[in-house]
Design a protein around this ligand. Structure first.
Ligand code: EPZ
Length: 431
């Protein structure tokens, strides 16, 4: 049977005619990063799980392929309801080609180990934005008593009984926090994760696990306590909206002097971004049903320092960089989470931007206007940044390698078109 991802035609290009102001309403999709972590955690559960608000994006498809390959049932409906049943998993080795395709696949390691006592997962390589090691993940499961070895680039972990322990993270890694939390859910005794990540996706995973019967306290703070239980049961759960997608549309509105309402946005997940929008001269209004973004004039320069949550999200560094390229004044961006997340600036310079970088710092001198060009998306958020830049540029921009973008943005073309953008690209329905 063809896997989900082979079914989908890959879009390579998007063409945008710039100069149209975005206005109207768009709905936030479910969180990519939240969905992936929870989908991996379903492997812990013997029973049926119904997940709502699952986005139809490439990465979700890859995770469905992963669940199928491990022997779980997983079916996604057209309206974003995913039914998973991992009561019987037939193996504990994650197919290397899927791990290579998507780093987040590494998050099946903890659940497989906790469920079966053995797991093999290829070490995901780095990507365009940094080396991205998994040493904290390994440190965490070792602390729970697993023996872990690197077998020619494949992590092999084994443990008859995971035992709760204290784990200190050198950096509040979202992935490592989620990995340890899932493994600890079925361990004997209590695990304490210190300097834990507090991203909303971490809190959402904890809420999902608690609904399955796990005992977790402190999610959303720097210290998480997990008291292991013998088993978890099925449940029905709805994923949080995607705060990065919300931020992307808010910045697209800002860059086109737009007036956009993002239905379903949870403003409390985007506090740092809202603060920066105000600083660059954009009006924002948080409402119960969503977020209203209104930009009546050009933006003003500001400085950005990316940090773990609740600091400014690194996943919106590239999108806001595209806005600052035509802001009034000079902006400085300091990227504190990843080593190499400025590659997109070279593409913006093709469009007439004036930027230069040194190590983890970028200097962006605002120019009055960008112009259309042929550019290429080197990763997911870089692609989103180029779309934001093209929406306000003079003339036509052609963006290639857009398949990166469809890994993480649901119905991107039709959502932009509904807001008044002039965009041409085949709409992708992944799964
Ligand atoms: C998650 O990645 C997100 N991905 C990323 O979003 C996001 O940028 C990141 O969190 C930070 O918010 C998913 O949820 C699938 P980390 P993750 O572990 O968990 C270093 C997007 O665009 N580190 O918090 O992999 C690491 O190299 C993606 O949607 C270690 O050194 O991020 C990085 O510099 C991109 N050792 C920093 O910590 C480890 O064992 C933060 O990484 C783990 C991480």
């Amino acid at each position: 049977m063809l896997g989900m991802t082979e079914l989908a035609p890959q879009v390579a290009k998007m063409t945008i005619e710039g100069g149209y102001r975005l206005s109207g309403e768009v709905s936030a999709s479910g969180s990519k990063n939240g969905a992936l972590a929870i989908m991996a955690a379903t492997l812990l559960v013997k029973g049926e799980i119904v997940l709502h608000n699952i986005p139809h994006i490439g990465d979700v498809c890859t995770m469905i392929d992963m669940l199928h390959a491990l022997g779980a049932k997983a079916d996604l409906s057209a309206d974003g309801v995913l039914v998973v049943n991992a009561s019987t998993i037939s193996q504990s080795e994650a197919p290397p080609d899927l791990v290579k395709k998507m780093r987040a696949s590494v998050s099946v390691l903890g659940p497989l180990l906790a469920r079966t006592g053995w797991a093999r997962v290829a070490i995901p390589g780095g990507c365009d934005i940094g080396s991205r090691p998994i040493d904290f993940h390994i440190k965490g499961i070792r602390a729970l008593g697993a023996s872990v070895r690197n077998d020619h680039g494949v992590v092999e972990a084994q443990c008859d009984n995971l035992i709760g322990a204290k784990v200190y993270l050198d950096f509040p890694s979202a992935g490592a926090t989620q990995q340890i939390m899932t493994a600890a859910s079925l361990a004997q005794g209590t695990t304490v994760i210190e300097n834990a990540a507090s991203e909303p996706e971490v809190t959402d995973l904890a809420s999902f696990l608690v609904q399955c019967g796990a005992k977790i306290q402190g999610a959303g703070t720097g210290t998480i306590q997990v008291e292991g239980v013998s088993h978890l049961h099925g449940t029905e759960y709805s994923i949080i909206p995607d705060r990065v997608e919300v931020g992307t549309f808010a910045l697209a509105a800002a860059n086109t002097r737009g007036d956009v309402f993002i239905r379903g946005a949870l403003s409390e997940h985007n506090t740092a971004l809202l603060q920066k929008l105000l600083e660059i001269g954009v009006a924002v209004r948080a409402e119960e049903t969503g977020l209203c973004v209104v930009a009546r004039r050009g933006c003003i320069a500001t400085d950005i320092v990316t940090m773990p949550y609740p600091g400014f999200p690194t996943d919106l560094q590239q999108p806001i960089g595209a806005v600052l390229a035509t802001a009034d004044g000079t902006s400085i961006i300091t990227e504190k989470v990843y080593e190499h997340r400025f590659k997109y600036l070279g593409e913006l310079n093709r469009m007439g931007a004036d930027t230069h970088t040194e190590n983890r710092t970028a200097v962006i001198r605002g120019v009055p206007k960008l112009h259309g060009a042929s550019v290429s998306a080197c990763d997911l958020r870089a692609g989103a940044a180029l779309v934001i830049a093209a929406l306000a540029a003079d003339g036509i921009t052609e963006i290639s390698d857009m398949e990166h973008v469809y890994r993480g943005y649901e119905q991107f073309t039709s959502k932009l078109t509904a807001l008044g953008a002039v965009v041409r690209a085949e709409e992708v329905c992944f799964c």
